[in-house]
Every structure is written in C-alpha cells, then in structure tokens.
Ligand binder design. Structure first.
Ligand SMILES: *Cc1c(COP(=O)(O)O)cnc(C)c1O
Length: 376
C-alpha cells in the first residue's frame, strides 16, 4: 500500500467492533482479566493501550518496521533508547544534532558512564570506532545545519563493526525517507513535529525491525514509564492522516521561499538539501524522495536576525517545527542554547543563523511576511 493510504487508514483496527471510522480513545489505565493467569492482551496502559497500539502499528507500517513504541515526547524516546547502554559503552553520533539530544548525551548519559564521539561523515564515523563502541546515532538532514549523511554508507560500517545503527527521521518522516530500507536498526521520531503536525501535542517514537531490540526496548519503556497518553495518541493518529499532503505542500512552499531568499542581498547563505549547490545534494537525491520543508539561512548580522524574528507576523517566532503554522527559530538562543559556544560556532550556529519550518499558509502570504520583516 502507498504511504499516503497507510497515513489515512493506519493499521487495521483490532480492538473495536462498532465500525467506528475514527480510532476510539481507550481511556483506561488498567484492564480486567478474564481469569487467573489470563489476559485480553492488555493489562496496564504503561505497557500497552489499544489506542496507542493502533498508533504504534501505524508508525511501524509507515517506516516498514515490525513494531513501534510511543512515548510522551521525542526526548522520552531518546532517554529510553539510552538505557540500552551500560557504563563504558561508546556511541558515535553525527556532529550536528538536535540540541536536546546533545544535552541528554552530554549532561545525563555521560554522567552515567556512556561515552560519545562526534563525526560528520561515514569515513569519520569509522575512524572513531573502538572496542567499546556499541552504536551509531545520526540525524539526517541534521538540525539546524541541514547536513545530509549517506545512510547506506553508515549502515555498512555499523554492520561491519556490529553496531546498533539509529536514525532520527524527524525532519523528513517516512513520507520522504525510509531509513530501514537503507540499513538502519532503530528509527527515532519526535512525533511532536511532522507526524502530529499541528503544534499541539508532544510525542516520540522508537521503531524497530528486530524482535530482540523490540523486547529490550519494550521492557525498558514499561519499566521507566515515559508512555504516551491515549488522548494524545488519538491526536497523533489524526495528525498522521494528513501527513502525506502536509509534507508535499510544505516542501512546495519551502522551494518557493528558498528561491526568494536566494535573491535577497541580506541573506548570506541558504541551507536547503534541495539546492543543487548543497554539498550533499547527490546523496539526498539517492536516499530520499523529497527535501522537506525545513530551511536554515544566515543573514548579514545579528541585528538583522533579531529584526526579522521580532517583525514576522504570520510566521511565529517559536521553537519547534513540522506543524501547520510556520515557525521561525533562533537556534543559538533556543534549540541549541546549551551547546558550548565554541562547539556552536564551529558548527556554524551563530547569531546570524535562522531556521524556518514552513507550514501550510499560502506561499505568497509567507513571502509577503518575510518581505516586511526584512524591511523590503
Ligand atoms: C524536537 C526534536 C527532538 C525531541 O523531541 P521532543 O518531542 O521535543 O521531545 C528530537 N530530535 C529532533 C530532530 C527534533 O527536532
């Protein structure tokens, strides 16, 4: 079945006999047992809940995995993932990461004895492999610099060294990128972004294709308890129904905005994987079916950046991305504020960098808004 059809119908509903077209919200913390030692398959909602299972199966089907686990946020998913590792284990990650993930690695996982190395390319990743390396964790396209990493090339290295290969697929979603088909072992999502798509609900997912990893992660998830509420699961199910059409529209408008930005004298550089000049353009063409709706760009100075952020009206100056409302972010002060300044600058995240998540407003209105904010 096509991705857009799976988005609308999700997995087959298994728990409802009324024929209801929408998935019911099973607002039950616990489930009665038919007899001693018997279960309906549901015992307690921290472990499994029917509404959540519908959502989890839908996300798994979209990614081509065997199962997904839903969490209360993307960070709850990453922290659960980190419990797979023990003190002394080493993980290699991409050097440009969502700031919250970086903060978790540096301030929490590190304290618990897990070590990290940062690398930008498959070649550099392989150079960092040691005897204690257990996993590779990448984001592609990366946040906020829009670097693209060759997923299949990293998968080859991970297989060779017996490493768990994790891909954060938040930016492109399974609509544009399918990391399992390129060799990933675990896919991570902040469902708060495109999957939910309405800037109204937090959620996160881990998707797997092996039963061994599934068992370990389900065990950690039910033990640590970062599960998604069935009410929120309902909202994410509803959001996913329009994922395909939202991704298409967001990308179409993003391309128009990129063209406009390139003509502005105040714009020093535009970071968008769909630009032929983007250094990773060829890799994107090979491994994705679209470039998405995220754009980063640099303006000439801090004053201009601040003026734009304070002047946009249709576009909201706010953290987050992937929703129907267009949002502009100042990575230096928001998503990446916890990065040490030298690291931040080395990555190009400075006072001139802005990130735009293109929503579903009319392209002309967004460009008019940018025009007035730029002072044109
Ligand atoms: C937002 C985000 C996260 C964290 O997800 P939350 O739902 O905010 O906890 C992780 N990875 C990426 C790429 C993100 O954009």
């Amino acid at each position: 079945m096509d991705t857009s059809t799976i988005c609308v119908h999700g997995c087959k509903k298994k728990f409802d006999t009324t024929g209801s077209v929408a998935t019911p919200i099973f607002a039950s913390a616990t489930f009665a047992h038919p007899g001693v030692g018997q279960s309906t398959g549901f015992d307690y909602s921290r472990s499994l809940n029917p509404t959540n299972v519908h959502l989890e199966d839908t996300v798994a089907a979209l990614e081509g995995g065997t199962e997904a686990i839903a969490f209360s946020s993307g960070m709850a998913a990453v922290s659960t993932l980190m419990e797979l590792f023990s003190p002394g284990d080493h993980i290699i990650t991409s050097d440009d990461l969502y700031g919250g993930t970086f903060r978790l690695f540096e301030k929490v996982s590190q304290k618990n004895g897990v070590k990290f190395s940062y690398a930008a390319t498959p070649k550099d990743i392989e150079k960092e492999v040691t005897k204690s390396t257990k996993a590779v964790f990448i984001e592609t396209p990366s946040n906020p610099m829009m670097h693209v990493i060759d997923i299949a090339a990293v998968a080859t290295i991970a297989k060779k060294h017996n490493l768990i290969f994790i891909v954060d697929n938040t930016f492109l979603t399974p609509y544009f990128q399918k990391p399992f088909s390129l060799g990933a072992d675990i896919i991570l999502h902040s469902g708060t972004k495109y999957l939910g798509g309405h800037n109204d609900t937090l959620s996160g997912f881990l998707v797997v294709k092996s039963n061994d990893l599934l068992e370990k992660l389900r065990f950690i998830a039910k033990t640590t308890g970062g599960c998604l509420s069935p009410f929120d699961a309902f909202l994410i199910i509803r959001g996913i129904k329009t994922l395909a059409i939202r991704m298409e529209r967001s990308q179409e408008t993003a391309k128009k905005i990129v063209s406009w930005l390139l003509e502005q004298g105040t714009v020093k550089k535009v970071y968008y994987p769909g630009l032929k000049e983007h250094p990773d353009y060829e890799i994107s063409l090979r491994q994705t079916s679209g470039f998405g709706g995220m754009i980063s760009f640099s303006v000439q100075n801090e004053q201009t950046a601040i003026k734009i952020l304070e002047s946009v009206k249709v576009i909201k100056y706010a953290e987050s991305l992937g929703g129907v409302e267009s949002l502009m972010t100042y990575p230096m002060l928001q998503t990446h504020a916890d990065l040490p300044e030298s690291d931040r600058r080395a990555r190009g995240i400075d006072e001139c960098l802005l990130r735009l998540s293109v929503g579903l407003e009319a392209a002309d209105d967004l460009i008019a808004d940018l025009k007035q904010a730029f002072g044109n």
